[in-house]
Design a protein around this ligand. Structure first.
Ligand code: HEM
Length: 437
């Protein structure tokens, strides 16, 4: 593992990121069970309320939950400064996000959109508190290089995605739309997935790929150019309605995603130690899905211009959503959790032992915190669920097996993460008992 330039003395208490990491798989499991319950109906159109509910259990409940938790952890380690507000800010963000996203999803499932009237202020509070705390830190000229550079764009994209999401939710709940802001659904999706998710994965990878996989670093010019290209393309897509500009912006966004994915795969192929590593397989899967999604985005866009939106086009949209959410984002997040959770458990335990080196005997082996066999199962469940979900986008008969495997995927993740925490707790108790005796 390569740790140069990291401030490992500036780490928040372990319960701050872990409350986000441990809750996220349960939201994914709820999404799987909701798909199981809704059966073949969910995939009949991209806009069915059930699919919208499932989508937000995944994008807010699983993805944003882990991504915010990871930022509470990663930003201090990279920049050398803690996010202000400590546990109070983290608790507020976590509670508002959890209750808000559950109410939003329940509003979709029940088609009783009055639930949005409570979900909206809670979600607005969660993201406002988080972004204000982050902005306070980022405006203080912190270090952190390419990763922090990319995270600034990710944070701005999150703000835009959330504002547009709140506007759409307000429209469902019967609030009057703002003038000129009627058809913002596609822009909301673009900023949520193409902006916030892609940019944060990019920014985090600049740090974690060389660190965990001992690869060369991303070329600095590319690491700086990609987030700018993605952000400007999204701005052009949002602000300029000319078809030629829209086409060019989409081409630039897709090209940036493919270049990023290919560079990541290239760097992983140049790992110093070429031992079997599940997280590297997750990265490859994720980057393959990202490239396919980028190409499919262009196909669906130009097909819609030539022949309008037909039934095939709607199935392609669903396939695109699955590739981006389950294939690209959830794969990389699951893969990172297999590395970050054992690393953090170990780091916190090790710090407790530094005063008395005798205590090091109580440290568990890092590989026992999440055993390799558990991670391999996780990968196979995840890959199986992804393939079946894509099959379900083509033929709804696959919905049931896809939902079953998706539920198993998240249930297994919930189990491995809870098991990791219990190994951590046991070792910490052992250290404390030895210390006091
Ligand atoms: C405060 C947070 C959010 C709220 C209130 C919200 C609300 C909404 C609403 C109301 C829709 C339906 C749009 C329509 O029918 O016109 C929607 C769609 C969607 N949102 Fe969000 N959203 C939020 C955050 C996010 C984030 C962060 C992401 C991505 C990371 C995301 C991804 C999506 C996707 C992919 C769809 C389309 C789903 C489908 O086709 O089934 N949302 N959102």
């Amino acid at each position: 593992m390569r740790m140069q330039g990291l401030s490992l003395e500036t780490i928040p208490p372990i319960h701050i990121p872990f409350r986000f990491f441990l809750s996220a798989p349960w939201m994914g499991l709820l999404a799987g069970l909701a798909l199981l319950w809704s059966g073949t109906g969910a995939f009949s159109s991209p806009w069915t309320p059930t699919l919208l509910g499932i989508t937000h259990l995944l994008t807010l409940g699983f993805m944003a939950m882990v991504m915010l938790g990871a930022m509470f952890q990663l930003v201090p380690v990279i920049s050398g400064r803690l996010i202000p507000g400590g546990a109070t800010v983290a608790t507020l963000v976590y509670s508002c996000l959890l209750v808000g996203l559950l109410l939003l999803s329940f509003g979709f499932f029940s088609t009783n959109y009055s639930f949005f009237m409570v979900a909206m202020p809670l979600l607005a509070a969660a993201f406002t508190i988080f972004l204000l705390a982050l902005a306070w830190l980022m405006m203080r000229g912190i270090g952190g290089g390419d990763s922090i550079f990319g995270m600034r764009f990710a944070a701005m994209s999150l703000l835009i995605a959330v504002l547009l999401g709140l506007l759409r939710a307000g429209a469902y709940a019967g609030l009057a739309p703002l003038p000129g802001m009627n058809d913002t659904a596609n822009i909301h999706i673009a900023w949520g997935l193409g902006g916030w998710t892609l940019l944060l994965v990019m920014a985090a990878s600049y740090q974690v790929i060389p660190m965990f996989h001992v690869t060369p670093s991303y070329p600095v010019a590319l690491a700086r150019a990609l987030p700018v290209a993605v952000f400007l393309s999204l701005l052009a897509l949002t602000l300029v309605e000319l078809p030629v500009v829209q086409g060019l912006a989409l081409a630039c966004l897709s090209a940036s995603a493919v270049i990023y994915a290919l560079t990541t795969i290239y760097l992983l192929n140049r790992r110093k130690r070429k031992i079997a590593d599940i997280t590297a397989r997750y990265w490859r899967l994720s980057m393959t899905c990202l490239s396919l999604a980028a190409l499919l985005t262009l196909v669906t866009y130009f097909k819609a211009i030539r022949s309008g939106v037909d039934a095939l086009q709607l199935q392609l949209y669903i396939g695109l959503g699955i590739l981006l959410i389950y294939g690209f984002a959830i794969s990389v997040i699951q893969g990172m959790l297999q590395k970050i959770v054992p690393f953090l458990c170990y780091l916190h335990l090790q710090r407790r032992c530094l005063a008395n080196l005798q205590l090091l005997k109580a440290l568990p082996h890092m590989g026992n915190i999440i055993p390799a066999a558990h991670s391999r199962w996780q990968f196979h469940l995840h890959l199986g669920a992804l393939i079946l979900l894509l099959a379900a986008a083509v033929n709804s008969l696959f919905c049931w097996p896809a939902a079953l495997l998706m539920s198993a995927d998240f249930a297994w993740l919930a189990y491995t993460l809870s098991r990791a925490v219990s190994v951590y707790r046991k070792s910490m108790m052992e250290i404390e008992t030895t210390q006091s005796s």
